[in-house]
Design a protein around this ligand. Structure first.
Ligand code: SF4
Length: 168
């Protein structure tokens, strides 16, 4: 659930018992300035550190060792028998531990969600085979950015590419 100020922030508290009642966990994520959008997205930015404090007071949260392949950090929600995850690219940056690259269906491989660094595998595979692909991937990984440059209040997005092109 992407937390959005003035849009669904008043629904988050109710979402926990709703999810718990159906056997779901819930993960909250901060909106990221990716891709051109019509609205001024800074109005919708909801820092999750404040949300976490609120939910801690309401339900009680205990840090959990649970991990998935994703960047969420989890808490057991005391009394509800569910986990609550937080993905916080802005308030608690996790780029230092990132080992992700993303492959698009066209063979483009992006080194970082928040940067334009990429290599094109399609032609390399056709012309140079596996060795050419390996060389490109080595180059991509050697140059992988240290992290994003998300600035929520900036007039322009960090990259023009929309999230839907690369996935989460
Ligand atoms: S913004 Fe880039 S470096 Fe940071 S977690 Fe996402 S992909 Fe990794």
């Amino acid at each position: 659930m992407v937390g959005l100020a003035g849009f669904n922030d008043d629904e988050i508290e109710d979402m926990l018992p709703w999810c718990a009642g159906r056997g779901f966990d819930l993960t909250l994520i901060e909106t990221m300035p990716l891709g051109e959008v019509e609205e001024d997205r800074s109005d919708r930015y909801l820092p999750l550190d404040g949300v976490k404090r609120l939910l801690e007071g309401r339900f009680g949260l205990t840090p959990s060792f649970h991990r998935t392949g994703g960047p969420a950090r989890y808490f057991d929600v005391d009394g509800l028998g569910m986990r609550l995850g937080f993905i916080t690219p802005l308030t608690e940056n996790f780029c230092a531990g990132c080992n992700r690259i993303r492959v698009a269906a066209t063979g483009t491989v992006f080194g970082c969600l928040g940067r334009d660094q990429k290599v094109e595998l399609r032609e390399a595979l056709r012309e140079g085979g596996r060795e050419a692909v390996n060389a490109l991937l080595d180059r991509l990984l050697a140059d992988k950015p240290k992290g994003h440059d998300f600035r929520i209040a900036a007039a322009r997005p960090a990259v023009a590419r929309h999230m839907s092109l690369t996935g989460g």
